[in-house]
Ligand binder design. Structure first.
Ligand code: S3P
Length: 740
C-alpha cells in the first residue's frame, strides 16, 4: 500500500503504549482507520468517544480486517495470543508487538506457519513512562525517542519497512537490534533499573518507623524511585519472562554492590572517588551523546592533541580498520537494494556512521554495527522515505556528494549539511552535472553546503568530468540508476571504481569502455542484496607503510588490505622512491582485490610524482610528504590542486607543519616541492584534518625532539583506534585531551 495512512490499523491493548500509538497516528492524519480491542471496556469507550479509534472490535475481527496489527500487551499475554492471531489474521496482515522481552513471544512465533513468521516484526519502543493506562496516553510519547526493531531470520524486509514507517509517523528514531542481544541488553538497561527502583522503596518500607523515613525523603529518593510508579502487573511479567538474563544481570550487580560495600567499610576514599567520577563521566557522556542533553561537566574538554616522544621502531602484524569509501557505498547500495545485505569489515568511524544514520533516517532498518558487522534490510530503489531532519554528513565529502546524486532523483526533498570543514567544500562539481540531468539543488553563493535537494525525475546525460573524481563519478552513477536512458561518464584519468564494482556485485549492469575511462549505466534496473566483506583501508594502512619504511630496523605486516589498482598509488610511489613493500597472498573478495602487505625499512630517494598516479594516491599525499621529507633529494608534485580542497588545504597544512619541523618546502598552486632533511620537534596544527594529524604522528619516528599535534579530534572520522594500533606497533604517541 503506497500511502501509509490508507492502511487499516488494529491495536490490541489500548493502555499507555497502544493508546499513544493510536493518538499519534490520528494526530498525524485523522483519516487513518484504527480499530482496537482490550479487556478494559472503559478504556475502549473513552478512546472511541475521544475519536482516538474508529471502532471497537473483537479480537477475531481485528486480526481479520486490518493490514497492520499492533500487539500492545505485556509479554506473557502477547505470547499467549500469538497462536490465536496466526489462526485468524488476514494472510497479508503485518503483525508487530511492543514488548520489552522477546524470548517468549518469539518462541510462540516460531511455532506458527512460515507466512506468519515472515509477517511478524518484533518491535520495542524505548519510550514508556511510569504512568500507565489509556488515560495517560499522549500523541507525543514516541517523538524523538528510540524504537528498536528486532528482525529475525524469517522476516520479510517489506513487512519490516512498513513497521519502520509506522514508528516514523510517530516521530521515533528507529534502530535495529539482533534478536539474540535484545533481552540481555534490556535486562541491563531497563529491567534492572526498574527492579532497583521497586527494591529501594521496598527496603524503606521494611524499616521500622518507615513513615518517618518517608517524611524526610527528598528529591533524590523521588528521582531514584520514579520507575517504581510503573505498572506492577507489567513489570512482574517482564521480570519473570526475562528471568534468565535478569539473573545474570543481578548477579553481576550484586557483585558490584559488594565491592562498593568493601570500599566503604575500608574507608577507601580515593578508590570510591575514582569509581564515582568514572561513573559520572560515563553518564554525562551518555546523556550528551544519546539523549542530546547538555550536561555540566567539571571539564568541558573538547580539544584532542597528540604528543610524540621522538624515535621508535615499527614492528608487528596488524589489520587496520575497514575501507571508508567502500563502507559508505555498502550502506548506500545495501539500503536501496531488495533483500538483506550482510556487511563485515565495516568502518565504525564517524563518517561512515553518519551515512548509516542518514539511511536510518530515510526509513532503512539497519542492525549494527557491532565489530564491523551490520545487516541492512534493503527497502528497494523506490523505498527511501523523506528525511524528517537535515541529513548530517559530518566531515565527509564522499557522503555529501554521493547522497546528492541519489537524493536529487528521489520523490522527496532533502537537506544535506556537514561540519565546519565540509560546509566550506566545493559542491559545484556535483551540482552542475546533476543540473544537466534536470536536478534542482540549491547551495550557498559559494556553492558550498548546506544543500537543498529538490527530488525529481531526471534524464540521463553524457558527462565528461574535468577532474578525476570518484565522488563525482559515483554521484552521477547513483542518479543514473534512476534516470531515464543511459548515463555515460568519462573520467580524465582513472579514479577509484568501488561504486562500479559494488553495483555489479548487486547485480546491476555497469558498462566500461575506453580502458575503463567511460562508465555507463541504464536507469530503471534494480539491485539485489549481496554480502560485502570490506577490506582494510589502504588509506589507513598508508600511515604504517610509511612508518615502517622511514624507520631503521622496522618490519611490519598489514593484513587483508584493499589493493584495488585505483587505490594503490601509495605503494607504486613509495616503491619507486626505493621502499620495500611486498604484496602477498593476493585474493579477490566480493569483486575487490585484497592482499597482505609486508614492509620493512628502506632508504628513500626523492622523485617527481607521475601525474597518472595522483588520483590513485589522492588521500595519501600527507603521509607521502612525510616520506618525501625523509628521502634524499627533492620530491616534486604538480597537477594536484585538488589537495587544496580536501578536509583542509592539504598543501598549505603540510607545508606549514613540515617547515615547523625544519624541512625546506616550496608550494605551488597545484603542488609542492619537498627537500629531504631531518625532523626537529615542534608544535603542529592539523587544522582539524584527520590525515594531516596522522601523517605528523609518523614524522615523530624520525624527529630529534618531541612533537605536539593539535586539533586531532577528527582522526575518529576515518581511523577509530589509531592511537592504540600505533602504540601496538611501537609508535610512541599519546592522546591528550585539553580543556578549552
Ligand atoms: C573518495 C574519492 C576521493 C577521495 C575521498 C574518497 C570516494 O575524492 O579523496 O577521500 O570514496 O569516492 P575525489 O572524488 O574528490 O577525488
Amino acid at each position: 500500500m503506497s500511502d501509509f495512512y490508507s492502511n487499516r490499523i488494529a491495536i490490541l491493548g489500548i493502555g499507555l503504549i497502544g493508546g499513544s500509538i493510536a493518538r499519534g497516528l490520528k494526530s498525524a492524519n485523522n483519516d487513518i482507520f484504527i480499530s482496537a480491542y482490550d479487556q478494559n471496556d472503559e478504556a475502549l469507550r473513552q478512546a472511541l468517544s475521544e475519536g482516538v479509534i474508529n471502532q471497537i472490535s473483537t479480537l477475531e475481527e481485528l486480526a481479520r480486517e486490518s493490514n497492520i496489527l499492533v500487539i500492545a500487551l505485556p509479554p506473557i499475554t502477547a505470547a499467549q495470543l500469538i497462536p490465536k492471531l496466526a489462526a485468524v489474521a488476514d494472510k497479508h496482515c503485518i503483525i508487530t508487538d511492543v514488548a520489552s522481552v522477546k524470548s517468549k513471544i518469539m518462541e510462540a512465533v516460531k511455532e506458527q506457519p512460515l507466512s506468519f513468521q515472515q509477517r511478524f516484526v518484533p518491535g520495542h519502543p524505548i519510550a514508556g513512562s511510569e504512568e500507565s493506562e489509556f488515560k495517560s496516553s499522549t500523541s507525543e510519547l514516541f517523538r524523538d525517542r528510540n524504537v528498536i526493531l528486532i528482525p529475525h531470520t524469517k522476516i520479510n524486509p517489506k513487512a519490516l519497512a512498513v513497521v519502520n514507517e509506522l514508528w516514523r509517523k510517530l516521530g521515533a528514531n528507529i534502530l535495529g537490534m539482533e534478536l539474540a542481544k535484545h533481552d540481555e541488553v534490556l535486562a541491563m538497561t531497563s529491567h534492572l533499573p526498574h527492579l532497583l527502583a521497586y527494591t529501594i522503596v521496598d527496603a524503606l518500607v521494611g524499616q521500622q518507623q518507615s513513615e518517618d523515613i518517608f517524611r524526610y525523603a527528598a528529591g533524590g529518593f523521588a528521582d531514584f524511585s520514579r520507575l517504581a510508579s510503573s505498572n506492577a502487573k507489567m513489570w512482574s511479567d517482564i521480570f519473570v519472562t526475562n528471568s534468565e538474563a535478569m539473573i545474570l544481570t543481578l548477579d553481576s550487580y550484586i557483585e558490584r554492590l559488594q565491592e562498593f560495600k568493601k570500599y566503604i567499610a575500608n574507608q577507601d576514599h580515593s578508590l570510591l572517588m575514582r569509581k564515582l567520577s568514572n561513573a559520572k563521566d560515563v553518564r554525562d557522556d551518555f546523556l550528551q551523546k544519546y539523549l542530546g542533553n547538555k550536561v555540566t561537566t567539571q571539564s568541558t574538554a573538547t580539544n584532542i592533541n597528540f604528543t610524540l616522544a621522538p624515535g621508535g621502531v615499527v614492528k608487528g602484524d596488524i589489520r587496520v580498520p575497514g575501507d571508508k569509501s567502500i563502507s559508505h557505498r555498502a550502506i548506500i547500495l545495501g539500503s536501496i537494494s531488495d533483500g538483506v545485505t550482510k556487511v563485515s569489515g565495516f568502518l565504525q568511524g564517524e563518517d561512515a556512521l553518519n551515512t548509516l544514520a542518514a539511511f536510518q533516517e530515510m526509513g532503512v532498518t539497519i542492525v549494527g554495527p557491532s565489530n564491523g558487522k551490520l545487516t541492512i534490510y534493503g527497502v528497494g530503489k523506490e523505498g527511501l522515505k523523506a528525511p524528517r531532519v537535515p541529513l548530517y554528513m559530518g566531515n565527509s565529502g564522499t557522503a555529501m556528494r554521493l547522497l546528492c546524486g541519489l537524493l536529487a532523483v528521489q520523490k522527496f526533498d532533502s537537506v544535506l549539511t556537514g561540519d565546519e570543514s565540509l560546509n566550506q567544500r566545493p559542491m559545484a562539481r556535483v551540482i552542475e552535472p546533476l543540473a544537466l540531468m534536470g536536478a534542482k539543488i540549491e547551495s550557498t553563493e559559494k556553492n558550498t553546503p548546506p544543500l537543498l535537494v529538490s527530488g525529481r525525475e531526471l534524464k540521463a546525460a553524457e558527462y565528461d568530468m574535468t577532474i578525476a573524481s570518484a565522488q563525482v563519478k559515483s554521484c552521477l552513477l547513483l542518479a543514473g540508476l534512476y534516470a531515464k536512458g543511459e548515463t555515460i561518464i568519462t573520467e580524465p584519468a582513472p579514479c577509484r571504481d568501488h561504486t562500479e564494482r559494488m553495483l555489479e556485485g548487486f547485480g546491476y549492469v555497469v558498462t566500461k569502455q575506453h580502458d575503463g575511462r567511460k562508465t555507463s549505466v541504464h536507469g530503471g534496473g534494480s539491485l539485489k542484496a549481496a554480502s560485502i566483506d570490506i577490506p582494510a583501508d589502504i588509506s589507513s594502512a598508508a600511515f604504517f607503510l610509511v612508518a615502517a619504511t622511514i624507520t631503521p630496523g622496522s618490519k611490519l605486516i598489514l593484513r587483508h588490505v584493499g589493493v584495488n589498482p585505483t587505490r594503490t598509488g601509495i605503494i607504486n610511489l613509495l616503491n619507486s622512491m626505493g621502499a620495500n613493500i611486498q604484496i602477498l597472498n593476493e585474493t579477490n573478495v566480493g569483486g575487490e582485490p585484497v592482499a597482505d602487505l609486508q614492509v620493512s625499512y628502506a632508504a628513500l630517494r626523492g622523485i617527481e610524482i607521475p601525474k597518472d598516479q595522483i588520483p590513485l594516491a589522492i588521500d595519501e599525499f600527507p603521509v607521502l610528504f612525510i616520506a618525501a621529507a625523509c628521502a634524499e633529494g627533492e620530491t616534486i608534485l604538480r597537477g594536484a590542486s585538488e589537495l587544496r580542497v580536501k578536509e583542509s588545504d592539504r598543501i598549505e597544512a603540510m607545508a606549514t607543519g613540515l617547515e615547523t619541523l625544519g624541512i625546506s618546502v616550496e608550494t605551488f598552486s597545484d603542488g609542492i616541492c619537498i627537500e629531504g632533511g631531518n625532523f626537529q620537534g615542534g608544535v603542529i596544527d592539523s587544522f582539524g584534518d584527520h590525515r594531516i594529524a596522522m601523517a605528523f604522528v609518523i614524522a615523530g619516528l624520525r624527529a630529534s625532539t618531541p612533537i605536539k599535534i593539535s586539533n586531532c579530534a577528527n582522526v575518529g572520522t576515518s581511523f577509530p583506534g589509531f592511537i592504540c594500533l600505533a602504540n601496538k606497533v611501537g609508535i610512541p604517541v599519546n592522546q591528550v585531551t585539553e580543556e578549552q
